[in-house]
Design a protein around this ligand. Structure first.
Ligand SMILES: N[C@@H](Cc1ccccc1)C(=O)O
Length: 506
């Protein structure tokens, strides 16, 4: 068992003395310890290891007040009267002369007590003490208390009255203390049968230790991360922010660059450019938030014409490359404003913004952002959530590369078992859906992906193939945080935020 040097020292005191228990105060006086806090801290560690037991006894003790100390040293006021008379060789004095002997405040308690204790009698304005060497039980008690202050010792009926009186006269006070005993357990007794070697220990190696060569003499104590400590809750990032950071770090590590775009978009960028027909059910009121203010946005007119032709007839630059959607494209719909429904807008806007020269190069970009869908709130749906989207554009990237990059990305997120199924998105062909396997949960759908269709790429002037994927981050967050209800993520319940453990790379 690895012990801290203080633990060794404490046990050594037991070993050297042969005693099995000690009062904390006694241990604190031992030079190996030096303070009660040190003894207690060390004893707590040792009790955690089962070597000692800490026994706490509540103790009531009697404390002499300042007035009590004075009475003990100078005598009780009534005793002062008796002593005065004794000195003068008399046994009575007029009450009015008592101020020669006592402070004003002491006179009436002295008189009261002399009468009560039947030591003196009053005779025609004089106070008479017959036995000047009287024995006073209260004085005796106060002397005893000075040497033994444990209230328990004075608990018998005889003392009770005297104690009460001393308390009333303000000579004593009853106080409470906790008496702590450190006692060896059986395991502790076994342990100290072996010699305990105390060698100076350090827990941190400094430059001085190294330069002086002293490091050779010290024992460097290993960290014990199992020592119980108090829980502390420092400020930290919101768990959702941590999910975002984790994904961002992974993608940057894979060579992607981040792009950002506004939340408000035109239907043109959110849908039209992505070859989603204007009568597509995904656009209807169920899914999309349409804006009243502003209700119109600017749309690049050249591109609008090209996209319109593609939608209506599948024609680009006079060449029929697709069947198109065969409906009447409405430019007013294109201009309507919406809260973006997916981050694919960012990918496509990035590609459309490339200059001719940039188009010659290869591009890897990603976007992590909030998207909005008009969904009823339940345990797995919120109208606002995070998506992460990535694209790669290069000479001859293909579907195999897409699979490869997704498997790698998911692996870095901690998902080893990945399964891919064919899927459908209006803007990609072929399209796929990737599922990951989670112990105890089975297969979970995590992302959608595909190769952008020529109907999408041609009008924005991109000739090279582009692979794209989108992943919902809220679901990932739920997995990371062990949540069964997505609403928990945004409720911001303080206790949950304090205690939630974020496990990156599950
Ligand atoms: N935008 C799609 C996901 C996706 C992105 C890129 C390619 C294919 C699919 C969605 O929101 O579900």
């Amino acid at each position: 068992m690895e012990l801290h040097i203080d633990e060794k020292k404490l046990l050594k005191i037991f070993q050297d003395s042969g005693k099995e228990e000690f009062n904390v105060k006694e241990l604190a006086e031992n030079e190996l310890m030096g303070s009660e806090t040190k003894v207690m801290r060390t004893a707590l560690w040792l009790s955690g290891k089962g070597l000692v037991e800490i026994i706490e006894n509540k103790k009531e003790y009697i404390k002499l007040t300042e007035r009590g100390e004075k009475a003990l040293n100078e005598g009780f006021p009534e005793r002062k009267i008796a002593n005065y008379l004794k000195e003068k060789g008399i046994n009575s004095i007029p009450i009015k002369d008592l101020n020669k002997i006592l402070d004003k405040s002491e006179i009436s308690p002295a008189l009261g007590n002399l009468k009560k204790k039947k030591i003196a009698r009053i005779d025609k304005g004089n106070i008479v003490i017959d036995d000047l060497d009287y024995v006073d039980e209260e004085e005796e008690l106060l002397k005893k208390i000075k040497t033994n202050n444990n209230l328990k010792e004075y608990n018998n009926v005889d003392n009770k009255k005297a104690i009460d009186n001393l308390k009333k006269r303000g000579f004593i006070e009853i106080e409470e203390d906790i008496d702590r005993i450190i006692k060896l357990t059986e395991k502790g007794k076994e342990f100290i049968k072996n010699p305990i070697e105390i060698k100076e220990e350090i827990s941190q190696l400094t430059r001085e230790h190294i330069i002086s060569g002293k490091w050779k003499e010290y024992h460097i104590r290993p960290y014990d991360v199992n020592i119980p400590t108090e829980d502390i809750y420092p400020a930290k990032l919101h768990p959702m922010t941590r999910v975002i950071h984790e994904v961002k770090d992974i993608l940057i590590g894979m060579g992607f660059k981040e792009v950002k775009n506004p939340i408000v978009e035109t239907e043109f960028w959110n849908f039209d450019v992505l070859f989603e027909p204007q009568d597509h059910p995904a656009r209807d009121m169920q899914d999309t938030f349409f804006l009243r203010y502003p209700n119109k946005g600017d749309v690049p007119s050249e591109l609008l014409k090209k996209v319109k032709e593609m939608h209506e007839k599948g024609i680009f630059n006079g060449e029929k490359i697709s069947k198109g959607w065969n409906y009447k494209f409405d430019e007013n719909i294109s201009k309507r404003t919406v809260l973006r429904t997916h981050t694919t807008v960012s990918s496509i806007k990035y590609l459309a913004s490339l200059s001719d020269e940039e188009k010659n190069g290869a591009h890897k970009v990603f976007c992590i952002d909030r998207v909005f869908r008009n969904e009823a709130i339940d345990y797995k749906h919120l109208p606002e959530f995070y998506q992460c989207e990535g694209i790669i554009m290069d000479e001859d990237v293909n579907f195999d590369n897409l699979m490869g990059i997704l498997i790698e990305f998911l692996k870095r997120l901690g998902f080893d078992k990945v399964r891919v199924r064919p899927s459908y998105f209006p803007f990609t062909e072929p399209s796929l859906e990737a599922e990951v396997y989670l112990e105890g949960k089975g297969w979970l759908e995590l992302l959608g992906a595909g190769m952008f269709r020529p109907e999408v790429l041609k009008p924005i002037g991109i000739e090279k193939p582009v692979l794209a994927w989108g992943i919902g981050l809220s679901r990932l967050a739920m997995l990371r945080l062990g949540l069964n209800d997505i609403r928990e993520l945004h409720r911001n319940e303080l206790n949950w935020l304090k205690k939630v453990k974020y496990r990156a790379n599950i």
